[in-house]
Write a protein that binds this ligand. Structure first.
Ligand SMILES: [Zn+2]
Length: 1023
């Protein structure tokens, strides 16, 4: 290895292309002159497989035709439970006045409705009719609770003070008297109510999607007029509680997420979801389904908070349900679904509306014999370019409809012309630069050696274009501590050469030729380098590192090579060396719970802000692998990655033996994953509404263009919409996401996703078409952004208020008349409160001094880039009872609710949330199971902190458990280290914090308490 101290001046001061480099690019009109290529089918598009794009049998409900045609079936069935048509409400006087009164009327109203999933809960209502309704059910919060009250102080009733906290294991006033009219009491845990056919229950008038969750939910002020008695009564003193004997509230009586997931899987699992209906609510993210694109983007690409937008801004304001779409433009398409077609319109590029620039899509309506088309977004009538002309059939559709993806599919790609390229030049293939911190910690832990060994084989698996023999991605290598070392690995060299840059204040790249190379060509030199690096720094004493100059070096290298790419930075410490972007330990837990807590999450600006801009302009994505032993200021170090479409990984107290596999598995996945570079995304909408806000690992230089240095298959952007006019029920709400990007092979393309939603002047339609998982994704991201600027307490209050508001509005406008003391939730949102409560308890929001600031900041940044699937499982982890596993079956046992009550001493449970995985061993779990899984006769033989890993043993049980773990791991985007915890051991706390239905370990209410609190808020809003 030759080494030279480098002194040259920065050689690469070429003009910076920047975002402005897209001359007439993304937003500009396509050239209008020659359309010579349209006579024949686009060359890049091969005919779809037989059947895949077959016209639907019934054309009227089939392909989405342009909105003006009015062919969309409005009010298409959405959620099963409310698909029937219902008789108009019969608001009998008795049912209105029923509350707390003799049973028959209240029972009448609750007995009328229940879809099967609501039966259990409804029984609570039934029981309540016995006459205990006016008694305080319980006290949701306790004044002694340190954390819970503060999030709920929003608008306490005047004399209430802090809401008291009920003890774990709710005690309720007795519901003991037998329910009238033959209703049985709530079944015990695990006992399922025999399903009652619809004929057994008359449909509930007017409120098909409501579930009533019982008058018991009411707080003491439940009987409006009597609320004067409330201040004294509320804390739930014995006096008020006296009378009926106490009885524990059956947790089965409140809406269950696992049940909702199971029901959807039973109803829609294994089916083909055809996207030919406007406003159709897709299966849940947890359900296995197959998508057939027939004119709307797959829910894997776009998922909405509701599939029926309110017609007016007033209605939207009234219900406060956010209107948002979560877009994962590069979502992985399963093997059994058709990959996106690529359309090549040759030199002229894709056809776009002259006015709004929307791309050709199924929502354009051809008129005038096919000579013109009306834009489905802005209604502008455009000429059809001569070469794109096609006759229309008797339905007014183009004869070539099913031969052209852009006319018949929700998602497809266009080959972009030079107009869409920086400086009108075709892009170069991207580059991956590996930047390894070789300071003392990383050498000592063995990390540097581990990385170097891995890269020798990993670089053979760089992603490549379909059909390409080898990856076009170039690679480069940098090592650093306080100074940077660049390596020349040109294939012609016998030995790699090192060049040192010690002036980190003025970062430049000391070599161009030989820094970024093709791995196949330079394999020998690179392997030589990777062999040498661990030895070269083996005796280092250097513990200080730089960080910003490392990123700067990467950007400069990509700039010099005129390409986009990704930096893989492996760093263990906070950058304290004298250099731009130097950081100091600012972890001050005293700020937690104060107005200044938000500052803990605000990145240090200055250098990093400028770096973000440079990176985005160059299409330089930054992936950060952190191996901290102490505070590293993730809020700041994660700032550039989280604005460049990058990923952040954290392995605290890294040890090769303990975390090596997890890290390598993450690294492999990250290097291999499907990704696009130098991306810019625009979301266009029909008239009447527009995209107003964007959340994700993105950068916004203006209000409409979402810039992403890179976007991979896991990154999702959450887009919020607002009305700027009235929407019509007839035209619905259409949106088009256009993503311009560079492929891994260096081709410029446009990826288009289209989606059409319904619009309604009835709020009941909106609530019926809601998607709880998408809603919670929106709330998580918007709250995590708000916490940078507002006190966390305020953010939490806003979340709770909005929850109550959305549900109160439903109650007021959509539910059938019933006692105000009944909690009535929209069917599609019935588990929304459990997710919301879980969000409030997440490390980022909970505000506990026990939590590490870095962990909280890390969590915040992760969620910011997540899609709906990821936030769903994060906020409601999967808890699988493994002791019930059937070793002869393929199936994973049905998950149970995330609560301590569902654990059993004789059981073994697996819990995963996409980030962590636990194996929980009950104290009394059967010895034969312990023997099968661990090869020891009893739990006593395992170390007190739990064994480090689960051995692979040669028996059916062990194989089955390992296969379950591996199948779950494959579904997740990051590798989860399995942590084995024994019941009652110290490490069990780590596991228990994920039991989201229980009271939070670091503060935050139980699900039951939260539901009661929200119910009380709703009642206040309704009075
Ligand atoms: Zn238009």
């Amino acid at each position: 290895m030759s080494q030279q101290g480098y002194v040259a001046a920065p050689p690469y001061s070429q003009a910076q292309a920047g975002i402005g480099g897209y001359s007439a690019g993304f937003g500009g009109p396509p050239p209008q002159s020659h359309y010579g290529v349209y006579g024949s089918p686009p060359q890049g598009y091969s005919a779809p497989p037989t059947g895949a794009l077959k016209p639907p049998a019934s054309s009227s409900s089939g392909m989405p035709t342009p909105p003006v045609s009015g062919q969309y079936g409005a009010n298409i069935q959405q959620n099963g439970a409310h698909t029937h048509s219902f008789p108009p409400p019969v608001a009998s006087a008795s049912s209105m006045s029923a509350y707390g009164q003799p049973p028959q009327s209240a029972f009448h109203s609750m007995a009328q409705a229940p879809p099967p999933t609501q039966q259990l809960t409804n029984q609570m209502s039934a029981m309540n009719i016995g006459g205990y309704g006016q008694r305080p059910m319980q006290a949701p919060q306790s004044p002694s609770s340190s954390a819970a009250p503060q999030q709920f102080q929003t608008s306490p009733p005047a004399a209430m003070g802090h809401p008291p906290l009920s003890p774990p294991g709710q005690q309720l006033p007795s519901l003991g008297s037998p329910p009238p009219m033959g209703m049985s009491g709530p079944p015990g845990p695990g006992v399922h109510q025999p399903p009652l056919g619809p004929q057994g229950y008359p449909q509930q008038p007017g409120s098909p999607m409501s579930g009533s969750y019982g008058a018991q939910m009411a707080g003491p002020q439940m009987a409006g007029p009597q609320s004067g008695a409330f201040p004294g009564g509320f804390p739930g003193g014995p006096a008020q509680m006296a009378g009926p004997p106490q009885k524990k509230l059956d947790p089965d009586s409140i809406p269950s997420t696992t049940q909702v997931i199971e029901d959807d899987q039973a109803k829609r699992g294994g089916q083909v979801y055809v996207t030919n209906i406007r406003g159709q609510v897709p299966p849940l993210v947890t359900t296995d389904y197959t998508v057939q694109d027939q004119g709307n983007a797959s829910p894997r690409f776009m998922r909405c908070t509701t599939y029926s937008f309110p017609c007016t801004a007033d209605l939207a304001k009234q219900c406060k349900v956010p209107l948002a779409t979560i877009i994962k433009p590069f979502a992985t398409v399963p093997k059994n679904e058709t990959p996106l077609y690529v359309v090549n319109h040759g030199e002229t590029g894709p056809i776009r509306c002259n006015r709004c620039k929307a791309y050709m899509c199924p929502y354009m309506q051809f008129i005038d014999g096919g000579r013109r088309y009306q834009c489905g977004f802005c209604s502008c009538v455009n000429e059809v370019p001569a070469q794109y002309f096609q006759h229309l059939d008797h339905m007014g559709r183009r004869m070539d409809l099913y031969e052209r993806p852009e006319l018949s599919l929700g998602s497809y790609e266009f080959i972009a012309t030079l107009d869409y390229c920086k400086n009108n030049k075709p892009p170069n293939a991207p580059a991956y630069i590996f930047m390894i911190d070789v300071s003392y910690n990383n050498i000592k832990s063995g990390l540097v050696k581990l990385i170097c060994e891995e890269l020798k084989t990993l670089l053979d698996r760089l992603p490549k274009e379909d059909g390409a023999e080898a990856s076009a991605i170039k690679v480069g290598f940098v090592t650093y501590n306080k100074i940077l070392h660049f390596y020349n690995v040109k294939s012609a060299l016998a030995q790699p050469q090192m060049m040192v840059v010690s002036d980190v204040a003025e970062m430049f790249v000391p070599l161009l030729d030989g820094f970024l190379v093709n791995f196949q060509e330079s394999r020998a030199v690179i392997n030589n380098l990777l062999d040498q690096i661990p030895d070269m720094f083996a005796d280092t004493n250097e513990s200080e590192t730089v960080y910003a100059p490392v990123i700067q070096a990467g950007v400069e290298a990509l700039k010099a090579a005129e390409c986009s790419g990704k930096l893989f930075i492996f760093q263990s410490s906070i950058p304290t060396a004298e250099a731009p972007g130097k950081l100091k330990n600012r972890d001050d837990r005293k700020l937690v719970g104060t107005e200044k807590e938000k500052t803990l999450f605000q990145p240090q600006r200055g250098v990093y802000e400028q770096l973000t801009k440079d990176c985005v302009a160059q299409g330089c994505c930054v992936d950060l692998f952190l191996f901290p032993n102490q505070f590293v200021d993730i809020a700041t170090m994660g700032d550039v990655p989280s604005h460049t479409g990058g990923s952040i990984y954290k392995y605290s107290n890294f040890q090769v033996e303990a975390n090596g596999q997890q890290f390598l598995s993450d690294l492999r996945r990250d290097v291999e994953k499907s990704i696009g570079f130098d991306a810019i995304m625009r979301v266009r909408t029909g008239t009447g509404f527009r995209a107003t806000d964007f959340f994700g690992a993105v950068y916004m230089n203006n209000t409409t263009d979402v810039e992403m240095a890179a976007v991979d298959c896991e990154k999702a952007v959450t887009v919020e919409f607002k009305h700027d006019d009235t929407l019509s029920e007839e035209s619905g709400a259409v949106m088009q996401c256009a993503l311009l990007y560079t492929t891994i092979g260096g081709q410029r393309r446009l990826r288009i996703h289209n989606l059409s939603l319904n619009c309604s002047s009835q709020l009941s339609e909106l609530y019926k078409s809601c998607e709880t998982d998408a809603l919670i994704n929106f709330f998580a991201k918007s709250a995590y952004r708000a916490m940078l600027n507002q006190p966390l307490k305020t953010v939490r209050e806003i979340l709770v208020n909005q929850t109550a508001h959305m549900l109160a509005c439903y109650r007021k406008n959509c539910a059938s008349p019933s006692a105000v003391s009944q909690l009535i939730l929209p069917d599609a949102m019935k588990v929304f409160p459990v997710y919301m409560n879980s969000l409030l308890k997440t490390p980022a929001l909970v505000g506990s001094t026990e939590l590490s600031t870095d962990d909280r900041a890390f969590y915040r940044l992760l969620v910011n880039a997540m899609g709906v699937e990821e936030t769903q499982v994060l906020l409601y982890p999967r808890l699988v009872p493994l002791h019930t596993v059937d070793v002869s079956s393929e199936a994973i046992p049905a998950p149970v609710r995330c609560s301590e009550e569902r654990l059993s001493e004789s059981g073994i449970f697996l819990l995963e949330n996409g980030l962590s995985m636990f194996l929980w061993l009950g104290q009394a779990c059967p010895p034969d199971l312990v023997q099968n899984l661990f090869g020891v006769p009893s739990l006593g033989h395992l170390s007190s902190e739990g064994p480090a890993s689960l051995p692979v043993l040669d028996n059916a049980h062990s194989r089955k458990i390992h296969s379950i773990i591996s199948s779950i791991s494959q579904q997740r985007s990051t590798s989860m280290k399995l942590l084995i915890v024994k019941q009652k051991d110290r490490a069990e706390m780590l596991f228990r914090q994920h039991l989201v239905e229980d009271k939070g370990l670091h503060g935050g209410a139980s699900y039951m308490d939260f539901l009661c609190y929200v119910h009380r808020e709703i009642r206040q809003l309704l009075t």
